[in-house]
Design a protein around this ligand. Sequence first.
Ligand SMILES: C[S@@+](CC[C@H](N)C(=O)[O-])C[C@H]1O[C@@H](n2cnc3c(N)ncnc32)[C@H](O)[C@@H]1O
Length: 330
Amino acid sequence: MTGSNDRADQHSTTTPHHVPVMVDEVVEGLDVRPGGHYVDGTVGLGGHALAILEAAQPDGRLLGIDRDPNALAVAAERLAEYGDAVVLVHGNYEDVESICADHGFEAVDGLLLDLGVSSLQLEQPGRGFSFQHDEPLDMRMDPNQELTAAHLVNGEEEGALADIIWRYGEERRSRRIAKAIVANRPIETTGALAGVIEQAVGRGRGRPNNIHPATLTFQALRIAVNQELSHLDAVLASAHGLLEATGGRLVVISFHSLEDRRVKEYIRDHSADRPRDPEDRWAPDPGPPPSWRRVTRRVRKASDDEIARNPRSRSARLRVAEAIPTAEAA
Ligand SMILES: C[S@@+](CC[C@H](N)C(=O)[O-])C[C@H]1O[C@@H](n2cnc3c(N)ncnc32)[C@H](O)[C@@H]1O
C-alpha cells in the first residue's frame, strides 16, 4: 500500500492529520459490498474513502468529490494504491449528479457526506478559518471562489451581518456583534475579529460550554462564505436520483444542529412513515410518493471510546436512509 493512514502526518506542517469520525458506522450505514460503486461527496483527506474502498474489494469503485484542491492532493496520495478504482474530482457536491454522469457513476450504491471543514482547513496556515492563528480573514473551502470572510465582514451592512450571525451561528448577541464589527472596520485578520467580538460581548456568562465568544460568529461567517446550507439542500434533493436504481444508501454526518435538522427533516418528510395530519390519521397523505426508508430512526453518535480518542467526534451526528426506487414507491 503506498498510502498509509498516517500518510497525512508526513506533511506535518501543511497537511495535518484529519481523523475521520465514526468510520465503522459509515461502512455499516452504507452497507458497503464488494464490487459496489460509492460516492464520497466530501472526500477530504480520504479517511472514510479508504475504509469504503477496503470494504468494497474486490472490484469496488469510489468517486470522491471535494471543493478543496489541497485536500484532493492528499486524498490522491492516500488512495493511490486503488489506481483506476478511484476517481477524484474537484467540484461541489451540489453538482453530484452531473459529476457522476461525467465519470460513469450512473448507478451508485452509496453516497457519503461528512459535512463541515477538515483539520487541514482549520489548521493549514493561511486558510483563515480559525482564531487560533492570527491570519487574513478568508474561510474559503475552494480557494478559486471570490467571496471571502473579509468581504462579508468589511462589506455587508450592519443588519445583513447581524442576520448572518443570527441565522448561521444562532448567536443571541448577533446585533451587538454586528454593531461592533461595523464600528471597527476595516477588520483584516481572524485575531482582530475575535478581539472585536470579545470586547463587544465579553468572555463571561451565557456562553454554552464556555466556548470562546467568537466561536458562533466564526461558524456563521464560514457557513455564509461557503453557502453550506444551500449546497446541502441541493445535494439532498439530488441524492435520490443517484441511488434509486440500486436502492442505495445515503449517509450524512453533521457537526451542528443547523445541518442535522435539515438532514433529519428532509429524510423524515420524504419517508414512508412521515407524520400524517395529527387531526385525522386516516386522511390521505397529500405529499409526493415516499422516496426514502429511514434506516436509523434515531440519530447515531460516536461511542465514548471514540470521543475519548478523538474529541472532534463528540458533536458528530450520523443519519442513514435507503432510496426507495420510484416505481416501487408509486
Ligand atoms: C469533514 S471534511 C471530510 C473529511 C473526510 N471524510 C476524511 O475522511 O478525510 C469535509 C470536507 O468536505 C468538503 N466540502 C465541504 N462542502 C463541500 C461541497 N459543497 N462540495 C464538495 N466538498 C465540500 C470540505 O472541503 C472538506 O474537505
